[in-house]
Design a protein around this ligand. Structure first.
Ligand code: ADP
Length: 607
């Protein structure tokens, strides 16, 4: 919901910004175009103004140059004389000389009635030549004593001319007049250099001098914003129309001469002496094209600026968005860290409590263990004392009865029989001493002194000790000592005890069997010496294998075994850094293996 509104708001603001940018672009472009138009028009005006001043001066100069020529000629005596006389020949000569010298188009001498006495043009054209215009206006003005002036309008083919005339007096009387015709073509030639149309209009608004020959003699009609324009155009096709459209303080007119139509900047300068008006119509086409260029450039610049601004704005927005996101992420992270820290401290507390509980449990366990150890010790002691009491009670009872018997027999003087009883007593005592020795061996601390012991000797002596028993039994003893003469570090007597115990157990196991066999072999394997005692008796079952080395474990009948033999052997072998294990022999009986590390040299020899 929030997102949607935000999105909508973004679209709205984007549209608003676009509209604003477009409006601004139009305004800027418009203002720029107006300014540039004004600047260009200004430039055109300056140029046209200068040109107009020069061209108007050209016209004024041309006319000024001849304005004083008729009064001056009227002062000349020869002129007075020839006019008084009405001499055509003299008149033509003088007129031709003056015309040639002054550059006037024509110099004419007139009599009192206004008739031409002589003209500088006659020698070539003859009197009454075609197109010859009368100077009546100028003549009558001269006769009134003023400087006569008269414009002779031109047409599309011929440039116009201007006439100055002055009365000629002789002896206080007016005898005639002298007129000078000035050609306006030379002015038009000078004006032709100007690119823009230049016109001199007489007081009737007719073009008298111009650099556009086709306009010569045509009327210039002024209309305003199209008003009267249509009527005027339809009415007088020979007119030139100027539709005034004042713009930005400039006098802009739309010019229509029937052939071309263009917008022009009009500048006017009055020629007060003549009552004329000189105008230049500077083409504003260049201003307009430059203005539209400026318009386009301004619009482009605006679009570019708007685009740049837009991009910058977007970048800023993105930066702000990113900063906001970053801040949100940082806050989220901070919150998570806070939560995690809280979790962790709670976990820590839990752990500390658990550690405390564990320590308490451990303490309890240690206590229980100690109690268990104590209980186990007590149990072992109980078992041991039961076995020992049984072992000792039996011979003690026998000793007692034999002693009593011996006492009775001695009282009856039957020494021989008493001696037999005493022998039995001795045998019993011997047995008890043996039991006692066994116990002593069990309890004796492991000797710290280790010596090199030859295992061959150990096996030989054990067999020798057992030889009476072996002889009595019907058991086949197979000895294999061909593997060399391995030496280990240990105690010879204790190792003999181990081997003796293993062989004695094997003899027990095969006792009463037919083809009973006990094998003793000595091997070297890696850095170890191996004594293997195998038999073909019942073997030791898997379940019992973990128990046979426990003290007081026995399967033998009461009085036959204490269950200490294997546990003592195990202890002795481990004291010598070896180990004792039981598996099944080839014949299905038990196979006891004593594994002892070889003594240094022996090991070297073996390797
Ligand atoms: P004891 O000989 O006094 O019983 P031991 O520690 O020497 O004590 O032996 C423990 C038990 O291990 C024996 O009671 C017997 O069950 C078993 N045992 C030992 N050697 C052999 C063997 N070679 N064959 C089968 N059982 C054996």
């Amino acid at each position: 919901m929030y997102r949607l509104t935000r999105k909508r708001r973004e679209i709205f603001s984007t549209a608003l910004a676009l509209i604003a940018a477009a409006c601004l672009t139009v305004v800027v472009a418009f203002v720029t175009s107006r300014i540039s138009e004004r600047l260009f028009l200004d430039e055109i005006r300056t140029r046209a103004d200068a040109s107009l001043a020069v061209q108007a001066a050209t016209l004024e100069r041309q006319l000024d140059k001849f304005r004083l020529l008729p009064p001056l000629l009227a002062q000349r005596p020869d002129v007075r004389a020839l006019i008084s006389r009405g001499s055509r020949v003299d008149g033509e000569r003088v007129a031709s000389v003056v015309a040639a010298m002054s550059g006037a188009q024509e110099v004419v001498f007139l009599d009192m009635s206004g008739r031409t006495i002589a003209s500088s043009a006659w020698p070539s054209q003859g009197p009454h030549s075609a197109g010859m215009q009368t100077f009546d206006t100028a003549f009558s003005e001269a006769m009134e004593g003023r400087l006569g002036r008269q414009l002779l309008r031109g047409d599309a083919l011929r440039a116009g001319s201007y006439v100055f005339a002055s009365a000629v007096r002789s002896g206080g009387e007016t005898v005639g007049a002298v007129a000078v015709r000035v050609d306006l073509a030379s002015v038009e030639q000078a004006w032709a250099l100007s690119k823009d149309p230049l016109v001199a209009l007489d007081d009737g608004g007719v073009v008298v001098v111009t650099n556009r020959p086709s306009w010569r003699g045509r009327r210039m009609v002024e209309t305003t914003r199209g008003v009267e324009y249509a009527d005027a155009t339809s009415g007088s096709p020979s007119s030139i129309f100027l539709d005034a459209r004042l713009r930005s303080g400039f006098d802009i007119v739309q010019l229509d001469d029937g052939a071309i139509r263009l917008d022009a900047l009009r500048l006017t300068k009055p020629l007060t002496v003549l009552g004329w008006e000189v105008s230049t119509l500077a083409n504003t086409q260049i201003a307009r094209s430059q203005t539209s260029k400026a318009w386009i450039i301004a619009a482009l610049v605006c679009i570019l600026l708007a685009g740049t601004g837009w991009a910058a704005l977007e970048r800023r927005k993105a930066t702000i968005r990113k900063m906001r996101d970053d801040r949100a992420a940082a806050l989220r992270l901070e919150r998570r860290v806070r939560e995690r820290t809280q979790d962790l401290s709670e976990a820590n507390k839990l752990l500390a409590r658990e550690v405390e509980e564990r320590e308490a449990a451990e303490a309890e366990l240690r206590l229980a263990q100690a109690e268990l150890v104590q209980a186990a010790k007590l149990a072992t002691l109980g078992r041991m004392s039961a076995a020992l009491s049984h072992e000792f009670n039996q011979p003690l009872a026998a000793i007692r009865s034999n002693a009593e018997n011996a006492q009775l027999l001695l009282e009856r003087k039957m020494q021989d029989k008493a001696a037999g009883n005493l022998e039995k007593i001795i045998a019993m005592v011997e047995r008890m001493a043996e039991i006692s020795r066994t116990l002593k061996g069990f309890t004796r601390r492991a000797g710290t002194e280790l010596k090199p012991v030859r295992l061959i000797t150990v096996i030989d002596e054990a067999l020798m000790l057992l030889s009476p028993r072996i002889k009595r039994s019907d058991v086949e003893i197979i000895v294999d000592k061909d593997a060399g003469d391995p030496v280990v570090l240990g105690g010879r007597v204790r190792l003999e005890q181990v081997v003796l115990n293993l062989i004695s157990n094997a003899l027990d196991a095969v006792g009463g069997r037919t083809s009973a066999k006990v094998g003793i072999s000595l091997k070297v394997e890696g850095g170890f010496a191996l004594i293997e005692v195998a038999d073909n008796g019942p073997g030791v079952s898997e379940e019992l294998r973990s128990q046979v080395f426990d003290p007081f474990f026995t399967t033998k009948d009461v009085g036959e075994g204490l269950g200490l033999g294997l546990s003592i052997a195990y202890k002795i072998v481990h004291d010598f850094s070896g180990n004792l294990s039981v598996t099944t022999s080839q014949d299905g009986g038990a196979l006891f293996t004593v594994r002892l590390p070889l003594e240094g040299e022996s090991r070297a020899a073996a390797e």
